[in-house]
Design a protein around this ligand. Sequence first.
Ligand SMILES: [Zn+2]
Length: 437
Amino acid sequence: MTSSVALDWDRLTEEATELLSSYIRVDTVNPPGNETRACEWLGPILDREGIPYRLVDPGRGRATLVATLPGTGARGGSLILLNHTDVVPFERDHWTVEPLGGEVRDGYIWGRGASDMKGMGIMELMVFLLHKRLALPLERDLTFIAVADEEAGSAFGVEFLAREHPDLLQCDYVINEGGTGSTEVFGVQRPTFTIGVAEKGPFWLKLSTTGRPGHGSVPHDDNAADRLVRALGKVLQWQRPLMPSAEVLEYFHQLHAGGVLRDAVTGALLQRLAAEHPRIHSMQTNSISLTTLDSGVKHNVIPAEASATLDVRLVPGYDPDRFIDELRAVIDDPRVVIDEVFRSSTPPSPLDTELFAVMTRATKSLVEDAIVVPGVSTGFTDSRVFRRLGIPAYGFVPVLLEPEDMGRAHGNDERLSIANLRLGMQILFETVRGICA
Ligand SMILES: [Zn+2]
């Protein structure tokens, strides 16, 4: 599949590079967010191109921008290009460049948000602008949503839209973050693109208990800290089975078919990979990280209260209530109270959609030897809100990261290569033509 539209990708890449550099300089670190600044930066660009847009504003400077290029509807409902405008904080001392400087050097655009996800935001913006500039025919609406507050729970972002403006989320498909390409998988050099189809369900829990305070010199059997430690000891000892979902199995089968995994996909192979790679283990099981502990006021005082937080991530589709019952049975102590802090459980997006096929074709048309596989993410994104509504949402940031660039999102010296900005735009353009033209 090659596009019939001839474009000057050198020029477009220069333009996108300048835009991303400038966009990184817009401070949208969340907290506090200030995403209205991103809207005020995007708005004039759309104005210049004659594209109308609206701001959806929950207040506190947390606006989201929505713009639509109308299509005929002959091929169905809208395609949403979704990108979040906020970025996570940074520790300046650990960076070698100015985190909000947007420096362009050595073939990279550097700064917080370059890869998560202002870079993708610019790819989506450029593809969107191109459709207007060239008056490309659209057989469905093409919608660009630059959404606030993804990095801190989405209460001012997509959750707000779902509650207050559900009409804005109505569409046939969503392209979002949550999947990308890498030059190497399991040590094998082969361009491999993962399209995110499912995410583990966050299920954040707090354990707490109380006891009888007293003098530290006289231990007794009603020490709240002791009780909590006993409960946590049981939680840490709890052996939970691997439960590879259909999507996880498909991921490995396709890696095998593409030659990246030499061995056929068996239970033994999945066990071995899980043992070697914490992320592969987490993909296949209900995971528990003990993340905070709180108890005690003084070295010689037996505490009356103790609490801990658990970051639980359930395999896609696992019933949170069932998990609570299991956890309660494991702890087996009615004086340890389990409170829910946050839960989200969403079904996977289907693999057999037209968009999935188009993304695969577009990628293979531009990257020789590419393997395209479905992916299950251990983290979560705004896609969960669309999946909750039954709308297929895909994690598809179509760039090819080197292993050394993998840890930079949320890390230090975040960057995106100019070559990747170009590739991402090209694949995304082909994808949008394939599904909208
Ligand atoms: Zn992100």
